[in-house]
Write a protein that binds this ligand. Structure first.
Ligand code: BTN
Length: 257
């Protein structure tokens, strides 16, 4: 069972509204509605929206995110005074926060696939969708996180990549609170890049040969050199000797024969 009171019992940050739904279309969409409902006011307390299931869960690149019962679906929405804080940094910070929080609650190591997919040793266990919305003169940031905690009976289209961190037996509230605290700390210190240490320690693509996919199209391939401080992917394109920085898109790892 998840209740506002139980989450607050674990939270370090005091200013956080919490709303819990049994079922909703998408906590990110609800976060957007929440931000827009404040009109031109430009200020509202950070709000955490949590659902037990989503009917229209959204993933990156316009994909659907399977959101049946047996997962944690949550979105944090807050107003930023730093509208230039780019989506890649927010998303990179969130990946580090989520990976560390899962590790500390579950006790199993997590890895990060650029830009923000969280993997255990069997497959992808969590995804992150960061979005922004203009509210009056301000910008609200929405960080949506989906974590698989149920049985691993995924629909066919994601069976080969999806995995689960397993049942949490009451520790969901602790995990949610740790993630919310981590995200709020990053939001309060937008120039602090110390989370990059945790990100790089778990980064699973270093040295791998990958295909770069932008807008659904393969744009080329290369060897991953690392990640810069803003979360950009450092890639050495095939046949070239200068590294380029990729700010958006996704990569798929080339199987080595
Ligand atoms: C991805 O892996 O492509 C990102 C998935 C993000 C899913 C979460 S679940 C909570 C929030 N609400 C949504 O509709 N999406 C995010």
């Amino acid at each position: 069972m998840i209740s506002e009171h139980m989450i607050k019992a674990h939270l370090k940050h005091e200013k956080l509204n919490i709303k819990i739904f049994d079922v909703i279309d998408s906590t990110n969409s609800e976060a957007k509605r929440t931000a827009l409902s404040h009109g031109a006011q430009c200020s509202f307390e950070p709000t955490l929206l949590i659902a037990k299931a989503q009917t229209l869960g959204r993933g990156r690149m316009g994909r659907r995110f399977v959101s049946d019962l047996g997962g944690i679906y949550m979105s944090l929405v807050y107003v930023t005074e730093n509208p230039l804080s780019d989506a890649v940094s927010i998303t990179t910070a969130a990946a580090a926060v989520v990976a560390e929080a899962i590790e500390s609650v579950v006790g199993a190591p997590m890895k990060i696939k650029w830009v923000n997919d969280i993997y255990n040793d069997r497959g992808k266990v969590a995804g992150i969708l960061a979005e922004t919305v203009s509210v009056g003169e301000c910008t609200a940031v929405i960080v949506g996180i989906g974590i698989n905690t149920g049985a691993s009976d995924f629909p066919e289209e994601i069976q080969s990549i999806a995995s689960s961190i397993g049942e949490l037996d009451g520790k969901e509230v602790l995990l949610i609170a740790k993630i919310a605290d981590g995200l709020l700390s990053c939001a309060q210190n937008p120039r602090d890049r110390s989370y990059m240490t945790a990100y790089r320690e778990r980064f699973m693509l270093a040295g791998k040969t990958v295909d770069l996919i932008i807008g659904g199209e393969r744009m080329g391939s290369g060897r991953v050199v690392g990640v810069d401080d803003n979360g950009g992917l450092l890639l050495l394109p095939d046949g070239q000797n200068e590294t380029v920085t990729i700010q958006s898109g996704e990569v798929s790892v080339r199987e080595t024969k």
